[in-house]
Write a protein that binds this ligand. Structure first.
Ligand code: NAD
Length: 268
């Protein structure tokens, strides 16, 4: 039974939605972040931890059955920041999970593991990776680390390649990439509860008519998306860039632009 679930990055965009949506779904939801998480409510515990600090992550892992690992930098940044937070941070989570005897880790991976694939191709989770940024490389690293922890130590791992988590689609690209909040809740709940998945990578999208990623693995999780971005088509269809630009041709969007720096230069 999944008694206590640790949610890293619980103060973030996806984390806040999962905190609400998973309320009451597990006896204990342990929330962790470096940012303020507000008041603790029934069925919650708050254990702050900086992902770059192994001892803090290990303390947050005590007594945990499964982990939903969302914490990290959710955009491009300098190589060093991405390495410290996303790569070392994910290593800390997996190693602490192994030491604590955790059964499964669900990992927030990304479309940016495969961002250079053309939009004309529909891709499954087993295609060769084509990361578009250091950020995308860090998600490839997380998936590879997950594979190693599964094969070597039997720690189960589900990598969810989230595409665009938004309340609703904001532009034409999101008609293919949208992951609705309710579908995100269902997907991550099943990613930690579905029996016997071993190691799995799946697309993190709603049931979008125009999706560029296959459904492979959704049946193993029992994930049946409720939403389809298509109902917003009339509102956002016209919101697209120049079709000659590489950012309009590849799945990663703006991230494939060689000038794209994300948070680098904006943050310390
Ligand atoms: N939002 C999307 O569309 C999307 C798409 C693909 C992948 N993802 C992944 O999903 C996860 C959640 O994304 P989000 O949109 O909620 O991002 P977010 O930036 O809103 O949340 C990330 C959280 O991680 C925390 N964090 C950052 N550095 C930390 C550290 N050193 N120690 C502890 N906590 C730290 C932040 O405080 C923040 O609350 C991320 O791993 C992101 O890469 C998101």
């Amino acid at each position: 039974m999944t008694h206590r679930v640790l949610l890293t990055g619980a103060a973030g965009q996806v984390g806040s939605a999962l905190r609400e949506g998973l309320r009451g779904r597990f006896p204990v939801l342990r929330l962790s972040d470096t940012r303020d998480l507000g008041e603790v409510r029934d069925g919650e515990e708050i254990v702050p931890a900086d992902l770059t600090n192994f001892d803090e992550v290990r303390a947050a892992m005590e007594g945990v059955d499964a982990v939903i690992h969302l914490g990290g930098i959710a955009d491009e940044h300098t190589y060093e920041r991405i390495r410290d937070v996303n790569m070392d941070g994910t290593y800390h989570v997996l190693e602490a999970a192994r030491q604590a005897g955790v059964r499964r880790v669900a990992f927030a991976s990304s479309i940016h593991t495969v961002g250079f694939y053309p939009r004309s191709e529909t891709i499954g989770p087993d295609v060769p990776v084509r990361p578009d940024t250091y950020y995308g490389v860090s998600k490839v690293f997380g998936e590879a680390l997950g594979r190693m922890y599964w094969e070597r130590y039997g720690l189960e791992f589900v990598g969810v390649r989230i595409c665009s988590f938004q309340p609703k689609p904001k532009d034409a690209r999101h008609l293919s990439t949208w992951l609705s909040p309710w579908d995100a809740v269902q997907l991550f709940e099943k990613a930690v509860t579905a029996p016997g998945v071993g190691f799995l990578i799946v697309a993190g999208i709603s049931g979008n008519t125009r999706r560029w990623m296959t459904e492979d693995g959704w049946d193993l999780l029992g994930y049946v998306p409720q939403d389809d971005a298509e109902i917003y088509a009339a509102d956002v269809e016209h919101l697209r860039g120049n079709p000659e630009d590489i950012t309009e041709q590849r799945q990663g969007g703006i991230f494939v632009d060689p000038e794209y720096r994300g948070l680098a230069g904006k943050e310390g």
